[in-house]
Ligand binder design. Structure first.
Ligand code: MTE
Ligand code: HPA
Ligand code: MOS
Length: 775
């Protein structure tokens, strides 16, 4: 059973769907989810005569296309048309950061699953049948599947990036201990419940409306316009909600939307494309696998004096978001530790895999796994507990990150020491020790995992958003922002903000779909910053409206504006309730011809970064926390269970405790899955072997920790966060890294000759080999 605690009164609070901010609130989407009423792309009503599409993709990872015969497929009854790169009126190019990715392959293919054509037919079944009738002849070329192979072949996406602080070379000379090693962390499949998909319909005058399951409506709009050779205003993109994105729909929702728009453009008919699970798994990129090497130097008293790391990122066949993800690896390479001398380098290696992409943590987890590995190695060699090294190096106020930002309002030590105290670490460790003494075929392991995660898009210009707020004549409200609801509860948070500013019930507020005609030029919903950016814009718009309403109220009630307050749907003067209600105030405002609509723009202040120097202040703030993970290993079978995960987390001042707890739990499970059981496998030909849910295992209710406890650390919050409530989407994923080391410690308890390996995921097979090696 799970045990959830965020504070003593949370349980009762969660049961109330509250009307105002300070009361905790459920994710309001859960009501329609449970009833099956929530609308996804596949639920949107389609027009009569809508065509259905299936993508024809490369059956080889690398080669030259010699010949393709579409004739049998085209002859099949019900097939409308097959589109290829030859049908692209604009540019056959979808690369977001670097223009290196065609929508459809032209003369050569670079990964197994690379789109070549779009088959449009009366039904999906017919389109699939047609796909099986296409003959393709590919002259195969050598296939690269790993980052190391790519490096050896000089196959890169762009130039390497390096961050440095202090003087690593000299610092190593002063070190008592120096250790070097290599690590590997595998990719991870997003496995959003709702697969990729889009629906396009023709509007008047050659305009096209796309309903897309995307985190980035503007990316879809911009890329569609580019491919079709149209102006952006001819393309409208609408997003109802996503059945999960996890980064997998930040960039990689785009091609499917562009394809249906292309077909609609030519056929003047609506077209729908929903990938089935096999197609989605095969054609889309995943979390980047990393092959890394490190060198760590420590003083006699376990201070990390110097740290060097080289990260080889397996980027796949095109850039996609790899450069931005590589950058975040460098930003988080020292995790929660202050290291005075750091040199880190990341190299984006071009391979013949589907372009890898954003995944919760965005390169941060890969960087953090390496320093945790280095610490585990050092502790093992020196003969101390890893937690002694971790504890001796925790970040402090005014410490400098390798990228120049000065750490402020640091909670690294606070969360660490709170965790030790709240969870009685001595008792926990004693329990583990006693258990291990008394059991020979089961062993327990415990690990600490501190996290520090920077909040903002690392690319400063992306940190902006807008909100469009309408108050309707009857006092109800409609809000449009750039935020995409993907299960993280951002819509509920937006409602809470408006409800709080106007002091009206949440039932009076509606969050509209995310639509490029209402909110334009948006950044994707990503970087855990959606609630901050869109929430701050919403807050600004609501406050501007409030000021206007106060002016009207003060005129009506013959008093000054500063006496006026809105409370529980009434105007209060000097803390006394007046007869003027919210709805009356709205109609009076309308009669006075004062605008009841506001459009606000928010851009994160203070942040900046100079890429020529690799220094700056890129993050609005950091999120901190510490987890203690305990596992029990079955040393006969190599299987393991997680007894408990105990976390002290820095929510700031959470505005939605239930939603935020859900984010911590979900991210934790996803992090543990990445580190322990989720194993992506490609063969040497670049074919995905883990291509179904039977061969790719994600955590289920049986494999999640038996107990999860999350205690919020007491802080003042942070004004850069929306209502002081810190971003929570990604940071807790990295608690899951502790699972790897908890298992490793349990293996060590069984097999003192175990030679530490840092090769994630720690699957039962690897555990079993570790338990019995060198004996
Ligand atoms: N939670 C759910 N339920 N579904 C998701 O797709 N995506 C994660 C996280 N939590 C995701 C989620 C990722 S990758 C990010 S960046 C953030 O949510 C995005 O939302 P936020 O910015 O509102 O935190
Ligand atoms: N995080 C997530 N997504 C992004 C980022 C980032 O820092 N930069 C560009 N896309
Ligand atoms: Mo999240 S990986 O920034 O979509």
């Amino acid at each position: 059973m799970h045990k959830h605690k965020t504070n003593s009164t949370l349980g009762s609070k969660l049961d109330a769907v509250s009307k105002s901010l300070k009361q905790s609130i459920k994710n309001l989407d859960s009501y329609t989810h449970v009833r099956g009423e929530s609308l996804y792309v596949d639920d949107v009503n389609v027009r009569q005569g809508t065509f259905h599409a299936v993508v024809f993709d490369s059956p080889k990872a690398h080669g030259k296309i010699k010949h393709i015969d579409y004739s049998k497929a085209e002859a099949l009854e019900g097939v409308e048309r097959i589109f290829t790169y030859k049908d692209v009126p604009g540019k056959n190019q979808i690369g977001g950061i670097i223009p290196d990715e065609p929508l459809f392959a032209e003369n050569d293919v670079h990964f197994w699953g690379m789109p070549i054509a779009l088959i449009v037919a009366e039904t999906e079944f017919i389109a699939r049948k047609a796909r099986s009738l296409i003959d393709i002849d590919i002259e195969e070329l050598p296939v690269i599947t790993t980052a190391k192979q790519a490096k050896a072949n000089g196959s890169f996406i762009n130039a390497p990036r390096s961050f440095s602080l202090g003087d690593t070379e000299n610092a190593f000379k002063d070190c008592e201990y120096i250790f070097e090693g290599e690590t590997f962390s595998n990719g991870q499949e997003h496995l959003y419940i709702e697969a990729q998909g889009a629906y396009a319909e023709p509007l008047e005058n050659g305009n096209i409306k796309i309903t897309s399951s995307t985190q980035g409506p503007t990316a879809v709009q911009k890329t569609t316009a580019q491919v079709l050779g149209l102006a952006m205003h001819k393309i409208e993109v609408d997003v109802t909600r996503l059945g999960g994105g996890f980064g997998g729909k930040e960039d990689q929702a785009t091609p499917w939307a562009v394809m249906v728009a292309l077909a609609t453009f030519h056929l003047n008919q609506s077209v729908k494309l929903i990938l089935n699970r096999h197609d989605d798994l095969r054609m889309t990129g995943k979390r980047h696998p990393y092959e890394s090497s490190y060198k760590i130097g420590l003083s006699k008293d376990l201070k990390i004096l110097a740290y060097e790391a080289e990260f080889l990122q397996n980027s796949g066949a095109a850039a996609d978001l790899s450069p931005a993800i590589a950058e975040r690896t460098l930003f988080h390479a020292t995790n929660s530790y202050f290291v005075p001398n750091v040199t880190t380098t990341v190299i984006s290696c071009k391979t013949n895999l589907p372009p890898n992409t954003a995944f919760r943590g965005f390169g941060g987890p890969q960087g953090m796994f390496v320093i945790e590995s280095a610490i585990a190695k050092a502790a093992h060699e020196i003969g101390v507990s890893p937690r002694q090294i971790q504890e001796a190096n925790l970040l402090d106020e005014n410490d400098t990150f390798s990228y120049g930002q000065i750490a402020k309002k640091v909670e690294a030590k606070n969360t660490w020491h709170s965790a030790k105290k709240i969870f009685n670490i001595e008792d926990l460790e004693q329990e583990v020790e006693d258990f291990n003494k008394n059991n020979s075929s089961f062993k327990k392991g415990l690990a600490f995992m501190p996290i520090t995660f920077g909040i903002s898009f690392t690319n400063t210009p992306m940190n902006h958003a807008r909100a469009l707020v309408h108050i309707y004549l009857d006092g109800s409200i409609g809000i449009s922002t750039a935020a995409v609801e993907m299960g993280q509860g951002v819509n509920t948070k937006m409602m809470q903000i408006a409800a709080d500013v106007f002091s009206i019930p949440i039932e009076k507020i509606k969050i509209e779909t995310t639509n490029t005609t209402r909110v334009a030029n948006t950044s994707p919903s990503a970087a855990s910053s959606t609630a901050d950016l869109n929430g701050k814009a919403t807050l600004k718009a609501c406050k501007a409206l409030l000021e206007r309403l106060k002016t009207v109220a003060s005129e009506d009630l013959n008093t000054s504006e500063d006496q006026i307050e809105l409370k529980d749907e009434f105007v209060y003067v000097n803390n006394k309730k007046s007869n003027l209600s919210w709805t009356e105030l709205i109609s009076k405002t309308m009669l006075k011809r004062v605008a009841l609509t506001e459009n606000a723009h928010y851009a994160t202040p203070e942040i900046h970064f100079d890429k020529t120097k690799e220094k700056g202040h890129p993050f609005a703030y950091h999120v901190y926390g510490t987890a203690i993970i305990t596992t029990t290993l079955d040393c006969i079978r190599g299987t393991y269970e997680f007894d408990s995960v105990k976390i002290v987390h820095d929510y700031g001042k959470s505005m939605s405790e239930g939603i935020d707890l859900g984010q911590v739990e979900g991210a934790l499970a996803q992090g543990i899955g990445w580190m322990t059981m989720e194993e992506i496998a490609y063969n040497d030909d670049g074919k995905l072997l883990s291509n179904a849910l039977s061969t790719y295992k994600i955590p289920d209710i049986f494999s999640v920790p038996k107990e999860v406890e999350v205690i919020p650390v007491e802080t003042d919050g942070n004004d850069m966060a929306i209502l002081k409530s810190k971003a929570v989407g990604e940071p807790p994923l990295m608690y899951g890294i502790g699972a790897y080391f908890a298992i490793q410690n349990a293996i060590k308890a069984f097999n003192p000759n175990y030679d530490l390996k840092f090769h994630a995921p720690m699957t039962p097979e690897k555990v079993l080999m570790g338990l019995y090696e060198n004996n």
